[in-house]
Design a protein around this ligand. Structure first.
Ligand code: ZN
Ligand code: ZN
Length: 275
């Protein structure tokens, strides 16, 4: 059992699944490659990208500043991240963070007989803040940055308009997403971000930053959500904010949060931070 797995998705598009817990994407243009997220930092990302795409400049971008998506940033000199997650993107993992990652994300893989290689996570030397409307033209593939505050303040989505690919980080999953974090926006702001994404023309596939096959009861192709997940989350969140939907208890780190499940996935939230 290998600690990472490469999943071919489209011509010039691959997912890298790391210990079955977090997903990165490699998008191969004619001139440049974009690596979306660096995961926990176990995977030798430069080698993997080179093997898939050859020798090209690699643009590295984080969907948001959480440690399951940016801990391999130190394998690169420069990384882009949404401007409101930039301040937190310079930190080294604390011992507490490391223990948390090992217990939360690595232990299942290790119990199943997997071996975690030497682990040296860390930040990139230089972090560049992304803004709405920034564009990465990779040559034949053009990725637009959309600010999507919600799960974290600085979450961004990437949209490839011609192909209808939408990369959404941790904004929506096949299980409940976390909108109740200290670094999350109010739920209303989260919903407004999803509504903007739902209004994009011609989305063909939504690519999320986590995928677990056992949490995919609808049997979607690996790492692919259908576009109807966008209005589903937008409507679902609108109903929560307007008080129309009953929620269930969602205990989280000693606090009593709430959760509503949708046909696909769901939304965990803080009932004191709706509006
Ligand atoms: Zn996250
Ligand atoms: Zn995550």
């Amino acid at each position: 059992m290998d600690f990472y797995r490469i999943i071919p998705l489209r011509e010039n598009l691959w997912a890298i699944s790391e210990v079955g817990k977090t997903v990165m994407y490699v998008i191969n243009g004619q001139e440049k490659v974009l690596l979306l997220d660096t995961g926990f930092g176990l995977v030798p990302l430069r080698d993997v990208v080179r093997k898939l795409c050859g020798e090209k400049p690699i643009v590295v971008l984080n969907s948001h500043g959480h440690i399951d998506h940016n801990s391999g940033n130190n394998q690169f000199d420069t990384v882009y991240v949404g401007c409101y997650d930039e301040p937190g993107s310079h930190a080294q993992l604390t011992e507490e963070d490391r223990t948390h990652v090992r217990e939360t994300y690595f232990s299942e893989f290790e119990k199943a007989g997997g071996v975690i290689p030497e682990w040296n996570p860390g930040p990139a030397r230089q972090v560049i803040a992304l803004r709405e409307g920034d564009v990465f033209d990779l040559g034949g593939i053009r990725l637009e940055v959309l600010e999507a505050p919600g799960h974290s303040l600085g979450s961004v989505a990437l949209f490839e308009r011609e192909r209808g690919w939408l990369f959404t980080g941790d904004l929506m999953l096949t299980w409940e997403v976390w909108g109740q974090l200290d670094c999350s926006t109010t739920l209303r702001v989260y919903g407004e971000s999803i509504e903007r994404l739902a209004a994009l023309p011609g989305v063909t596939t939504v690519f999320p930053a986590h995928w677990e096959q056992e949490k995919n009861p609808a049997g979607f192709p690996e790492c692919e959500l259908p576009p109807r997940v966008l209005p589903m989350y937008a409507d679902g969140i609108r109903r929560i904010v307007s008080g129309e939907t009953p929620s269930v208890a969602y205990p989280f780190r000693g606090k009593s949060m709430r959760c509503v499940y949708f046909e696909i996935g769901g939304m965990a939230f803080d009932s004191d931070r709706l509006g």
